[in-house]
Design a protein around this ligand. Sequence first.
Ligand SMILES: Cc1cc2nc3c(=O)[nH]c(=O)nc-3n(C[C@H](O)[C@H](O)[C@H](O)COP(=O)(O)OP(=O)(O)OC[C@H]3O[C@@H](n4cnc5c(N)ncnc54)[C@H](O)[C@@H]3O)c2cc1C
Ligand SMILES: *[C@@H]1O[C@H](CO)[C@@H](O)[C@H](O)[C@H]1NC(C)=O
Ligand SMILES: *[C@@H]1O[C@H](CO)[C@@H](O)[C@H](O)[C@H]1NC(C)=O
Ligand SMILES: *[C@@H]1O[C@H](CO)[C@@H](O)[C@H](O)[C@H]1NC(C)=O
Ligand SMILES: *[C@@H]1O[C@H](CO)[C@@H](O)[C@H](O)[C@H]1NC(C)=O
Ligand SMILES: *[C@@H]1O[C@H](CO)[C@@H](O)[C@H](O)[C@H]1NC(C)=O
Length: 522
Amino acid sequence: MGYHWVFIILFLSISCLASALVDKSFKECMLSRVVGSNSTAIERILLTPSSSQYTQALDSLIQNPRWLNSTRKPFLIITPTHVPEILAAIACSNKLGLQIRVRSGGHDYEGLSYLGNAPFVMLDLINMRSVAINLTEETAWVQAGTSLGELYYRISQVSNTHGFPAGLCPGIGLGGHISGGGFGTMLRKYGIAADNVLDAHLIDKDGMVHDRKAMGEDLFWAIRGGSATSFGVILKWKIRLVKVPAIVTAFTIQRTLEEGATKLTHRWQQIADTLHPDLFIRVVAQNSGANSKTITTIFNSFFLGGIDRLILIMNGSFPELGLQAKDCIEMSWIQSVLHFGGYNKDDPPEVLLKRTKSNNFFKAKSDFVKVPIPENELEGIWKMVLSADTLALMIMDPFGGRMNEISEPDIPFPHRKGNLYNIQYMVIWEENNIEVSNKHVKWMRMLYKYMTPYVSKSPRAAYLNYRDLDLGINKLDNTSYIEANVWGEKYFKGNFRRLAEIKTKSDSINFFRSEQSIPLLK
Ligand SMILES: Cc1cc2nc3c(=O)[nH]c(=O)nc-3n(C[C@H](O)[C@H](O)[C@H](O)COP(=O)(O)OP(=O)(O)OC[C@H]3O[C@@H](n4cnc5c(N)ncnc54)[C@H](O)[C@@H]3O)c2cc1C
Ligand SMILES: *[C@@H]1O[C@H](CO)[C@@H](O)[C@H](O)[C@H]1NC(C)=O
Ligand SMILES: *[C@@H]1O[C@H](CO)[C@@H](O)[C@H](O)[C@H]1NC(C)=O
Ligand SMILES: *[C@@H]1O[C@H](CO)[C@@H](O)[C@H](O)[C@H]1NC(C)=O
Ligand SMILES: *[C@@H]1O[C@H](CO)[C@@H](O)[C@H](O)[C@H]1NC(C)=O
Ligand SMILES: *[C@@H]1O[C@H](CO)[C@@H](O)[C@H](O)[C@H]1NC(C)=O
């Protein structure tokens, strides 16, 4: 007994002392590297678990409170406000043998931007949000910590006929989103966010910044959809803005099973990817929580034009939906951003600048569909969705259009021609309880298994930005390429090998690593 206590006390004091020493060395390292800085300035941006702002900084962006209980939290949080502090933080982590995790918007489904096997430094880019738009060139330089909502808002402040083709949720960060692909209502017209990147500033493990020219075309290829986090830290992107009409249109039509949802969804599968590229109609199929009696399918649409042309197109391509002018709302592009972002289109657009956290627990997975699912099989799928003991949904995003014109190896994101639509499965609950969590996660795995016959095969593809650690986890920092290929080919298909080759050349010590980072070729 006595021996035990001595041992524990000794162990505690050694580990506390050790961490205090590392804090101190980290601070000294930062001081020596940030020219013109001082102790107070460095302390302000460096949070240890004992600092009063640590928990607030860590939890402020949380989207999935499943990870709040985690013990794999950062050893230090750095919240830089200037570029030299970022460069120093990376170089000092490397020098002191600490791992690094970068967080831009914190939306990672598995929390990989802020959880890891200790000890690691979390680099929080929340204060790195400058947006410089050049309308003459129709481009913008945007720092990685900028949220989609802020980018869309800044564009709308200078033009009502420009936009950017990326995701719907305003709080998503540009660092993770673009480096994992990034798609939304304009993907059929303009492709994904990563297709619209012209240049970038990437920071290496020694704190050196490389633009496109300096990093070379291989590395520039890899960071556009290949998980930039495996290659360095993105400081900013140069993006191409796209043209949008001054008036766009949105409509939402809902049908329950009794109202013919199955037939309509079946028909939608046959035409959604062939529609005019100005038109995006997605289907959200959902139960209404535990014990629900029916599935509701929501045909949630965005059109780059006015009502009259939309009605004409719908009458020709999808008359079964029975769309009428009264179902449609005309609005500006920024109002459509509010509408699809969960706000009211007439809300002040400044709400897009807000960073919010979410109290809903969830587990998600993704699939791609290449052949329409037969009507009677859809009925079986609805039964499965009804069997969930909580809210469950399938978000089906149509591909086709511009997506068919870009070849698979063009950037690491490979899901192009031949895919009718993407499915995102989501199960959502409110109880903070490990048993409840386990039950719903288990249910999600069962649904995924059930879907096997209906979705892409060899590989069964998945979308990196809907990260799913069920697909595979790197072995203790020493995963072989062959082992990682199990999850790698799902996200990247034939592009995975090139990613591993580039990784091996650009980061041979595997400094930038995580549960699903690109492995070295060995
Ligand atoms: C509510 C919600 C809605 C979503 N809607 C969509 C959608 O409409 N369309 C879509 O395509 N996706 C959507 N997503 C998924 C989203 O695109 C991904 O989660 C994306 O990776 C989030 O980027 P982030 O910067 O917010 O996340 P983070 O958690 O900050 O980062 C995600 C990953 O990228 C790395 N990373 C972050 N910043 C950098 C950087 N500067 N340099 C290098 N690596 C970095 C992180 O380390 C981590 O591995 C949604 C997610 C949520 C939670
Ligand atoms: C330390 O740096 C901060 C920020 O640059 C500055 O405002 C402050 O005056 C400096 N303090 C001292 C003691 O130099
Ligand atoms: C915008 O781009 C044009 C064309 O490249 C260039 O001449 C101009 O200086 C840029 N404007 C700004 C403000 O950077
Ligand atoms: C829809 O198409 C039908 C036949 O193709 C035509 O008779 C009808 O006028 C069209 N309606 C509209 C609103 O265009
Ligand atoms: C989180 O921790 C609390 C308190 O220990 C516990 O009751 C709860 O089940 C945990 N939740 C999850 C999702 O692990
Ligand atoms: C990593 O794995 C290889 C074989 O896959 C092995 O030879 C090597 O010793 C391992 N290295 C470490 C550091 O574990």
